[in-house]
Design a protein around this ligand. Structure first.
Ligand SMILES: Cc1cc2nc3c(=O)[nH]c(=O)nc-3n(C[C@H](O)[C@H](O)[C@H](O)COP(=O)(O)OP(=O)(O)OC[C@H]3O[C@@H](n4cnc5c(N)ncnc54)[C@H](O)[C@@H]3O)c2cc1C
Ligand code: FES
Ligand code: FES
Length: 1221
């Protein structure tokens, strides 16, 4: 083996030569840190989110073809890139050169909010367009399947990308006879003249055309290199790992003999995550490069032979071609494989992962192995000793040594036989989402009947997800051979399979009951499917299925990616240059799509910078007996380990009430609690050392995890919070009926795409420090850091440019971590950066509070609810955090849109041994609202009425009073409700749903409509104050600063719109640099849907102050420019800088009396959703959602529609029809 220590590849057309490459380096950190190409983002590090998507192009000197494919840079070892061209978002287009149409359209269609996912989205679509300039809708959704967006709900991204497709944007659905273009059904007339609604949020006419000739070409140098260079094994030697890339089969076998334990890395999608997340380490890695034999595609008489090195995406293409050419009876297995290849992971992983890697990894939830096993596939192996074949059977899958690869052996190819006449193969899979989610259970099933007769000759069934590896129901199948395919066989089969595929209580991944159901449901579906085919093949002999069973057969496809929205147009008399009320693009939109928007970790590494990694508790409740830091401290690059000892005297800080400890070295109260923090020269060293800190625990009792356990132990943070109105006990005496019930809700992760990030930079004099942080609350960061460093707040400045999603999760824990990071920076006088990995982030930070709601409702037979007694319990976790506030908001909003004349609401925050739960969108309202709506649904059922009727009957109407005796005018609630009824064609669809349900036994649809009253306010005047600072410079340009944080909601865009209106100048003349405690002190937290509202008034105030000062100058020279006026003001010594202030809405709440005016106003809405479920598998699909929302006067309808849709369908491929009035 000859060493070739030089790694050569191209990035955005520029050649990169690495002479001393470290094989442990992945492309993502290389791009971000070494090449400073920070457009490619880190979201998960495990191939799961797509934020790091890049395009890889490879030239094949034999076929002379270039293959472009998307890949996850986080799992791509740079050593695997020799000869490849990498295109990152920076190479696609930029504001400095040319913006690419993909970038332009995603931005202009409002497909970005926080923008953190956007470069990945751009790269996925860009790669698709490189291969298919006019893609189909299916190709489009396929291309985006591996990219997560936490903000937009996907609708606007798909809208943007659809503009490249040939097909129309129509939903093409005629379900219930209603399609997206059928707007007329039941619809109300337009608004009055002057208030017209507009369906357009962007204008396609102004889009740049896509011109494929403008794209970066494959670097000719790499082409020549591939053609001319003698191919020989390359060896890259790092500190801990050696990477060997053989280029011939012979060299590969030699390497395998020499290093039998070394994995053969193809896509690295199995080995990579094991190294990253499970601590696996391989001193030698063998990674074959362009070995022809591994990419073989052979069509033989009895089947297909596919090279082990083909990517899963290539396998998908090959199979799709083959099934076009061959009769269906021969391609049963290929059809089944294709079905799973369509949903396996996302496009990026399918393009990286190899067939061989997939098979040999033998993951317990492998989608392909069950099918390959039932399809009688064989594996062609090769070693120095020669070739041999082994079956891909249960013994192989369970890694039985006699049926497995030998140490020196490699898998060269896989034979996948054709199916035969009277042979049927099916694939089944149920996962949390259709794409990009591992299966909960999957299965491959095959039956062969021989020449008709309907007698089972061969039967194979394999399941994934139910055991430590793929499980075959071999004995059951054996016992069923010889039986006819009928209901008795079905009955026997179910019993046998359940017995054989017994899932123990500890089965990996839990969900045992659900998995057992799936195991049987899949077989039932297979039975029905085969029966149906038999009927079509021989209707005389096989009578087929009862009609009612047919609904079990069809899979639910949630590919319903369409949506329309309307909003209230501005008054036609509004000046055209006044931007308020217009759908203006997020001002960072183009920067999001070009990757130029800078987030905390995109800031360049500073001189002498250190990295901090946390060591966290692995126990829920334990005493720490000892901590041994010695091994960690002895590792190279480790500078320090910060412990509680260091923080003596400053180790706790409270945001709301109960102070929270920063580090804990005596007793831990939850898994993920911060114990100490390793500070090292680099991220890799800090993380390596953190794993070497040895902690000995002594478990303590009690360990309280659930609300029920907390109630049992009386473990609460405070006494009850209570709200009472009318006389509940008396009302219960007069009602017709009483019902009692309860509902449990689980928690939710924030899953902001940008993980917790912070950089503390000591300024070197006067104990000053700058803290750059991804936070919603810079003032709190300033306070906690100042307290930890024992300096006044005026020495600590906190800066937030933008946040890659927060959703409530970047307040309290962020503060604690920032304080520890700043402490380390101060101690060592060097900048310290701390960026959490996704797993750490999810472990350390809490999320939405799980809830338990208990209710007792007293109601009349006509559905009127006269008395309601509700108890709320939230799981607050180990510390108080914002749990009490969450309970309070939940209680204040528990009435939702209903007038309950007599009620009693009580709430408790439970102290448990979970990481502390905190604010998350809605702040207690989603849980509280669900409890109330659930109760109403039950009341309706008891009365024999539709829930919508009971909702309508109990809704607030016109002027009324809330339970806390605040006046409410609900006129718009009624209007939203009526309009939603009309636009959703509720009554028509209700009838259609009922018909569907009566005709379909195994599939059911549901249609529900829910009203919304959202009280706006933050319970206190002080918490609603806001400030702004506006400067006018002598060239006439304006700089605006305010206290709000840009986290995707577009507040900065709105503030510039406000300044533009107030100062009557174009938006392009106004700039906003970010949020800082240096420009606006003491700003409140950004949250609660009030940030633009409050800060907008402060910006308005500042602008009006300035305008008032400049009025005399402007009136002297009304035709002048802002430059003229600014200069004139300067000459007259008039200040061109003003602060603006809004003192906050009057709000207060007295919990003693249960009375107050906690909210300034109420917004109203209504939403109607239709869903379909598969009763056999739990698969479900959101067919359509209509939302009508009164949000007052929108400053920017494009941004506000985006926020509505985000709340409704984040994480779903669904398309709401929205209307903002
Ligand atoms: C985000 C993500 C989502 C995923 N989702 C799914 C999913 O939905 N469904 C599913 O089924 N799977 C899923 N997977 C798993 C994925 O299918 C496998 O990781 C992948 O197929 C492995 O292929 P690879 O080429 O990347 O393997 P590598 O990581 O390169 O190698 C894996 C193993 O195979 C061995 N190996 C590879 N080639 C050979 C050879 N020719 N001869 C001998 N040994 C060999 C290696 O030694 C190594 O031990 C997912 C993975 C990720 C990261
Ligand atoms: S997929 Fe690479 S960072 Fe998430
Ligand atoms: S815009 Fe997609 S994650 Fe924020």
């Amino acid at each position: 083996m000859d060493g070739a220590a030089e790694l050569v590849f191209c990035v955005n057309g520029r050649k990169v030569i690495e002479k001393n490459v470290d094989p442990e380096t992945m492309l993502l950190p290389y791009l971000r840190k070494k090449l400073q190409l920070t457009g490619t983002k880190y979201g998960c590090g495990g191939g799961g989110c797509g934020a790091c998507t890049v395009m890889i192009s490879r030239y094949n000197p034999i076929t002379k073809r270039i293959r472009h494919y998307p890949a996850n840079a986080c799992l791509l070892p740079i050593c695997s890139l020799h000869g490849a061209a990498v295109t990152t978002v920076e190479g696609v287009g930029s504001t400095k050169a040319r913006i690419h149409p993909v970038q332009e359209r995603i931005a202009k269609c409002h497909g970005t909010q926080c923008g953190f996912c956007t470069p990945g989205m751009v790269m996925s679509i860009y790669t698709l367009l490189r291969n298919h300039p006019e893609p189909t809708l299916d190709q489009l959704t396929d291309a985006l399947g591996g990219n997560l967006c936490r903000c937009t709900g996907y609708r606007p991204i798909i809208d943007a990308c659809k503009t490249f497709c040939k097909t129309s944007g129509c939903c093409q659905s005629k379900e219930n006879g209603v399609c997206c273009l059928d707007q007329g059904i039941n619809e109300l007339p337009e608004f009055e003249e002057g208030n017209k609604t507009s369906p357009k949020l962007f204008s396609e006419e102004e889009f740049l055309p896509l011109d494929p000739t403008q794209e970066l070409i494959f670097p000719p140098e790499l082409m020549i290199m591939a053609e001319k260079q003698p191919q020989r094994t390359r060896v890259f030697v790092g500190d801990r790992m050696t990477w060997i890339s053989p280029v011939t089969l012979k060299e590969l076998l030699e390497a395998k003999v020499k290093y039998p334990q070394a994995p053969i890395v193809m896509g690295n999608t199995s080995v990579g995550p094991e190294v990253k997340f499970k601590g696996a380490f391989h001193p030698v890695i063998i990674s074959p490069d362009c070995i022809e034999e591994l990419s073989v595609v052979n069509h033989a008489d009895d089947g297909l032979t596919l090279g082990a090195g083909l990517s899963l995406a290539q396998v998908k293409e090959i199979l799709a071609e083959v099934i076009q050419k061959l009769p269906e009876e021969k391609t049963q297995t290929y059809h089944a494989l294709l079905k799973h290849l369509g949903t396996l992971a996302g496009c990026q992983i399918r393009n990286m992962a190899s067939l061989g890697g997939h098979i040999v990894s033998r993951h317990l939830d492998s989608d392909l192995n069950p099918l390959l096993a039932v399809g009688n596939c064989t594996l062609n192996l090769l070693s120095k000793e020669g070739e041999r074949q082994i079956p891909l059977n249960e013994q192989f899958l369970t890694k039985c040594p006699s049926a497995d690869l030998k140490p020196g052996e490699i898998l060269v190819s896989v034979n996948i036989p054709y199916s035969r006449k009277w042979e049927f193969v099916s694939a089944f899979r149920q996962a949390q989402r259709q794409q990009n989610a591992l299966a909960i259970v999957n299965s491959g099933m095959r039956v062969f009947f021989g020449a008709g007769g309907g007698i089972i000759r061969e039967l194979s069934i394999a399941y994934g997800g139910v055991g430590p590896t793929t499980i075959c129901a071999k004995n059951s199948c054996q016992k069923l051979i010889g039986r006819p395919w009928n209901e008795e066989m079905l009955d026997a089969a179910c019993r046998l399979i359940l017995d054989e595929v017994s899932l123990p209580g500890w089965a990996p991944g839990g969900k045992v009951e659900f998995k057992r159901t799936l195991v049987i449901s899949f077989f039932f579906k297979f039975y029905l499917k085969v029966s149906q085919i038999l009927k079509t093949m021989d209707p005389v002999r096989y009578p087929g299925l009862a009609d009612k069973y047919e609904s079990a057969l069809e899979d639910l496809h949630s590919r319903n990616h369409w949506g329309t929205s309307k909003y209230q147009d501005v008054d036609p008399k509004q000046l055209p240059q006044d931007p308020i009320g217009r759908p203006i693009m997020h001002l960072s939109g183009i920067k999001h799509t070009t990757g130029e928007a800078i987030y905390c970790d995109d800031m360049p590494v500073l001189d002498g910078e250190l990295f901090l990694a946390f060591v966290t508790s692995s126990r829920a409740h334990a005493e720490i007996v000892s901590i041994d830091l010695s091994e960690a401290l002895s590792l190279p690059g480790v500078v320090d380990i910060v412990t509680e000892e260091d923080l003596r005297g400053v180790n706790s800080f409270g945001l709301l009430g109960e102070p929270e400890k920063l580090l804990e070295t005596q007793e831990v109260f939850c898994v993920g609690q911060l114990v100490c923090a390793v500070v090292a020269d680099s991220e890799v060293q800090a993380k390596r050392a953190a794993k070497r800190v040895k902690i000995v625990y002594q478990d303590l009792e009690p360990v309280i995890l659930t609300i029920e356990e907390a109630i049992r132990h009386h473990s609460f943070f405070h006494g009850e919070r209570k709200l009472e109105y009318g006389n509940v006990d008396e009302a219960f005496k007069v009602v017709d009926q009483i019902l009692e019930g309860e509902i449990h809700m689980g928690g939710q992760e924030h899953f902001y795409m940008e993980t917790q990030s912070m950089l503390a930079v000591p300024k070197g004099e006067d104990q000053e420090m700058d803290v750059y942080v991804s936070s919603q609350f810079p003032k709190y960061i300033q306070d906690i850091v100042a307290a930890t460093l024992k300096v006044p707040a005026n020495k600590i400045m906190c800066h937030v440019k933008r946040v890659g999603g927060a959703f409530g999760g970047k307040v309290t824990k962020t503060g604690i971590m920032a304080a520890i990071t700043a402490f380390a920076a101060n101690k060592h006088g060097r900048p310290v950066r701390c960026i959490l990995e996704r797993g750490e982030d999810m472990l350390i930070t809490g999320g939405r509070h799980p809830y338990l709601g208990k209710y007792k409702a007293g109601f009349m037979n006509d559905g009127r609810i006269l008395a309601l007694d509700v108890e709320h319990y939230c799981n607050g976790g180990a510390t108080l955090d914002e749990s009490l506030f969450v309970i309070e908001i939940g209680l204040l909003k528990v009435d939702n849109a209903y007038k309950f004349p007599n009620l009693r609401f009580r709430g408790w925050a439970c102290r448990t041994n979970l990481p502390s739960n905190t604010a998350l969108r809605g702040f207690g309202f989603p849980q509280s609202g669900l409890i109330t709506e659930n109760c109403i649904t039950e009341v309706a059922a008891k009365c024999g009425l539709s829930p919508e009727k009971v909702r309508m009957m109990n809704m607030y109407k016109e002027i009324d009073q809330t339970p806390y005796k605040q006046e409410i005018d609900a006129t718009n609630l009624t209007q939203c409700w009526k309009e939603c009824m009309a636009t959703s064609s509720y009554s028509l669809r209700k009838v259609a749903v009922e018909k569907f349900n009566s005709e379909n036994y195994w599939k059911k649809k549901g249609l529900a409509m829910v009203p919304l009253k959202f009280p706006v306010g933050v319970l206190s005047t002080a918490a609603a104050q806001a400030a702004a600072l506006v400067h006018i410079y002598l060239d006439g340009s304006v700089l605006v600063t305010h206290g709000g944080i840009e986290m995707g909601q577009g507040v900065h865009t709105k503030m510039i719109q406000v300044a533009s209106r107030e100062l009557r100048m174009p938006m392009s003349n106004v700039h906003l640099r970010g949020t800082s405690t240096e420009t606006v002190p003491n700003a409140n937290v950004s949250g609660g849907s009030v940030v633009a509202d409050l800060n907008g008034l402060a910006v308005k105030d500042a602008c009006q102050t300035l305008l008032k000062r400049l009025e005399p100058i402007i009136s002297k020279n009304p035709k002048g420019t802002w430059k003229d006026w600014a200069q004139a003001a300067f000459d007259e010594s008039i200040s061109l800088s003003a602060t603006g202030y809004f003192r906050g809405y009057e709000s207060h709440m007295n919990w003693e009396t249960g009375e107050g005016h906690p909210f300034e106003y109420f917004v109203f809405g209504a939403a109607c959703s239709e869903v379909e479920i598969d009763c056999l598998t739990g698969a479900h699909k959101n067919i359509r959602t209509d939302i009508v929302m009164d949000i007052g006067h929108s400053i920017n309808p494009a941004l506000d529609v985006g926020q509505q849709v985000e709340v409704t369908c984040a994480g779903e491929w669904s398309g709401p029809v929205g209307r903002v009035i």
